[in-house]
Write a protein that binds this ligand. Sequence first.
Ligand SMILES: Cc1ncc(COP(=O)(O)O)c(C=O)c1O
Length: 500
Amino acid sequence: MTLPNLSATVAQPGLAGNGARADGQQRRATLDHLSLSPGRDAQALGQRSRNAVWHPCTRLRPDDDAVPLAIVRGVGPWLHDADGRRYFDATSSWWVNLFGHANPRINAALASQLETLEHVMLAGCTHAPAVELAERLSALTGGALGNVFYASDGASAVEIALKMSFHYWRNTGLPAKREFVCLRHGYHGETVGALAVTDVEVFRDAYDPLIRRAHVVMSPDARQAAPGESAADVAARALAELETLLRERAGQIAALIVEPLVQGAAGMAMYDPSYLDGARALCDRYRIHLIADEIAVGCGRTGTFFAWEQSRAGEAPLPAHLWPDFLCLSKGISGGYLPLSLVLSRPEIQRAFVADELARSFLHSHSYTGNPLACRAALATLDLFAQDDVLARNRERAHWLADGMAALAADARLRHVRQRGLIWAADVRDDVAGADFAARFHHAARERELLVRPIGNTLYVMPPYVFDAAQARWLGEQMMATLDDVTTDVTTSGEVRHAA
Ligand SMILES: Cc1ncc(COP(=O)(O)O)c(C=O)c1O
């Protein structure tokens, strides 16, 4: 077996000295375990994957013979491939990872859970991890929300919230309330029900005949600000449009669904928190449920544990009546380890389902609902938040990220530079991005040990909460160097230097 030279990787922040040797040994062990030899077999594994696995969100083009990156292990913010190369997981593996790969504390919690109970159905049975997790999450909302309903992926949580809302109104004598409202370019998952409230054409349009489309209202995306307008002004305009719809159709509308503060798949579109207050007030006025989809933005990404906590100018604790009616979590809640999603709701929602008639019961389930291993990973995640004062330390990390990205933020090729908590984003100007920008940037970044997936022309990073100041600087430098690799040359004054 030929082992690749690791010397190129040890100079980077995060791994040094003995760590590199241990790293090499561990990698060798992993490759042995998988019967892989670096180089040749990484390509072979990728090829086998192409043949055997239908990869998500991936085009199958007749002339495209690209194979997926064969990852053999992860440690901290790094992912390692079978060729001995490593990649900084700058987008937390589709926004799920919070405390790095192979986190020893989450690993230990899972190992101990494996010794006791791997799974039991949650209908008619229960277990300590599901109960404890539900209690602790409810406590994080000051008891405003609770009655945790478990599922596995984000889209299932969204489906549950939509179904519960509709069913609540039916149980309370308002069966005509069966329409939903979502924000322009909002994303809530790709099952048929979730697609109804997802306004992203590439995901939705092929399935349009299957979908009961929701009302789509103006997004408060601050990038729409006209000259002289603030983000709060844009939010006010969006609220005015929302009110027009709610006033007209309150009798038919069950719920409004929003991604609080950041619309991830829209290209990390960020907006003013006043939109959340305004939406809460309008939903109260017109008797419409408010669903906060915190699948991507929950668990500390935006600076607070729940993004919703930043409504009301961050008034803490947030009074019970100002929370949303439903709050969906997934992704980071299990630390990025296992598929787990859940819906928290107000106590009065569940009360409407207490009845003798079967038709009033919420007969929804998934086989792995409340899986003990996933719940245990989530409890270990909450322990990390509590024991390490993660939210306070993330405020410092947010500064490191801003500093690391400062040169990029000042670059004339970028517009709409924005940051909320540990999510940093900017849009590459159309005139310099060129065709297939996202794919070209992704591949060029891999050459620089960086795993990123721009959304269209939007560059963004949202790394796991384990990076240090040096890594933030390195990240900014690599993003800049990759941008240089893939764009037309532009001077800092904004002048485009066209190639001769
Ligand atoms: C805001 C939001 N809602 C829902 C989902 C769907 O989650 P999943 O992919 O786990 O079904 C996502 C996924 O990115 C998301 O960002």
